[in-house]
Design a protein. Structure first.
Length: 153
């Protein structure tokens, strides 16, 4: 099986590892780094559960080969709010607004929201809908989620 050496920064930590060229970034994060906060749902770019931030942009990590992240910076949900009493403001807002039920979509939702807020700190409802359009939720619906993102601003 073809292998390649990659070096990347994940949540502020540097990693260098030889990996199979065919594995996706989502698989790499979950299976090699044990960062299982990144969820895998559809594996086809539809659900957004695997969303992470790659060099500042929200991406679906099931669609990207891990080798493509060589030399880049990745932020996963584990990189936010590492302590229960030190949550990121977006996480606080999701809790306060009841925007979480089973939580499967939540890491992806929060990272899509973070990428938006990093780029545009005062988004309106339409901006938020557009930013979260690629993140599906089967439980909560979207009203509370949009409110949660609006409340961060
Ligand atoms: Fe990546 Fe669904 S698992 S978009
Ligand atoms: Fe269950 Fe969104 S909270 S899928």
């Amino acid at each position: 099986m073809k292998k390649k050496n990659i070096k990347l920064n994940v949540n502020g930590a540097f990693y260098e590892m030889e990996i199979e060229s065919r594995i996706t970034l989502a698989e790499f994060l979950r299976e090699k780094l044990f960062l299982t906060g990144t969820k895998i749902g559809c594996e086809s770019g539809v659900c957004g559960a695997c969303t992470v931030i790659l060099d500042g942009k929200a991406v679906k990590s099931c669609l990207i080969l891990a080798v493509k992240a060589d030399g880049k910076e990745v932020l996963t949900i584990e990189g936010l709010g590492l302590e229960a009493d030190n949550l990121h403001p977006i996480q606080e807002s999701f809790i306060k607004n009841g925007a979480i039920q089973c939580g499967f979509c939540t890491p992806g939702m929060i990272l899509s929201a973070k990428a938006l807020l990093d780029e545009s700190p005062e988004p309106n409802e339409e901006d938020i809908k557009a930013a979260l359009a690629g993140n599906l939720c089967r439980c909560t619906g979207y009203v509370k989620t949009i409110k949660a993102v609006l409340d961060v601003t």
